[in-house]
Design a protein around this ligand. Structure first.
Ligand code: AMP
Ligand code: MG
Length: 315
């Protein structure tokens, strides 16, 4: 039976909590994209997430906490000062921090994929405090609510299109404001490393991290599960396109002379482009090739270009 889509609010949150406590799957809106949530301490529920998405078992899941203080229970930062500085300034928000695992944690082994590290994020959403008032404080695994490898969902309808038949409930909180997944940083004793650019622009870390290292440009993934082809529509993707060729759909960025099929942002605003990116890729996914205008590699452009390169990668 296809999942119900319920508008966010007290009644739907009550239903969501019941389902999560019973080991079910609920799609929830976040400030980045829609997530497919399950109780992170319930190995059977976590396995359902992998099955629903068709996600490779080697790809670990981010553990979502409802308050920054919960991090101590699960993670041991190799550099406490750096961790405090980052969690105080960026949580709740679209930043995932990779730490060493605390001893004997009750998180699903499946979600941790056999690693000695744990990725933690505290999302900036109204439902964390509402769930807590209902007596449920997580933690949740919550990867994007799409089939693995496909374009992430930024509306409840996108979730329904990908997972409508395997999720127990979809909470509709409207379009996600960020539109792109969280930034992932690993903390080491004397530096931090960017594992994935995302919704928190890398330049925002400059005042807080003296030694921030960027991923090496190599064929190997920079983090477990960071596959080269990902976030991909069915159509082929042609990047840095400055013309529309026959049979292509053209996705513009900023003012343009080209007769575009869609525009990520008429005014060339990168936040707006990030917000619109996945909805545009899904809407244009009826042609053989989607040609996409060049996006400046600054601010959120770094994360947008990362996703576009993965969408265009060989499959
Ligand atoms: P996503 O695919 O958006 O759910 O993001 C998951 C990504 O977070 C993975 O591909 C890893 O890069 C990172 N991650 C999750 N869990 C861990 C972990 N235990 N250790 C290291 N990185 C992790
Ligand atoms: Mg994803």
């Amino acid at each position: 039976m296809p999942a119900d889509i319920l508008k966010s609010g007290p009644d739907s949150y009550r239903k969501a909590v019941k389902i999560l406590q019973a080991g079910g799957l609920v799609a929830l809106p976040t400030e980045t994209v829609y997530g497919l949530a399950a109780l992170a301490t319930d190995d059977e529920a976590v396995k359902k997430v992998y099955a629903a998405k068709g996600r490779p078992a080697l790809n670990p899941l981010i553990v979502h906490i409802f308050e920054p203080e919960m991090a101590d229970r699960y993670g041991m930062p190799p550099n406490k000062t750096l961790f405090k500085r980052l969690s105080h300034n960026f949580w709740p928000g679209p930043l995932t921090l990779v730490l060493n695992q605390q001893n004997d944690i009750d998180i699903s082994k499946t979600a941790l994929a056999g690693l000695s590290t744990i990725a933690l994020r505290c999302p900036k959403v109204e439902w964390t405090s509402e769930f807590t008032k209902l007596g449920f404080a997580g933690p949740l695994v919550m990867p994007s609510a799409n089939r693995s490898g496909h374009v992430s969902p930024t509306t409840a309808q996108h979730v329904f299109d990908d997972l409508g038949d395997v999720v127990d409930l979809i909470i509709d909180g409207g379009p996600c404001p960020g539109g792109i997944e969280s930034t992932v940083l690993r903390i080491y004793s004397d530096h931090a490393k960017l594992l994935r650019p995302g919704s928190t622009p890398t330049t925002d870390f400059v005042p807080f991290i003296s030694d921030l290292r960027l991923p090496e440009q190599s064929a190997a993934p920079s983090a477990p599960g960071m596959l080269k082809s990902h976030y991909a529509p069915k159509a082929a993707v042609r990047l840095n396109a400055t013309e529309k060729r026959p049979g292509e759909a053209y996705l513009a960025f900023g003012p343009t002379e080209i007769v575009a099929d869609m525009n990520l942002s008429e005014t060339g605003n990168l936040s707006e482009a990030a917000q619109n990116l996945y909805a545009c890729l899904r809407a244009l996914d009826k042609v053989k090739t989607i040609a996409i205008a060049p996006i400046p590699q600054e601010g959120l452009g770094e994360a947008i270009n990362d996703r576009l390169q993965r969408a265009a990668a060989d499959r």
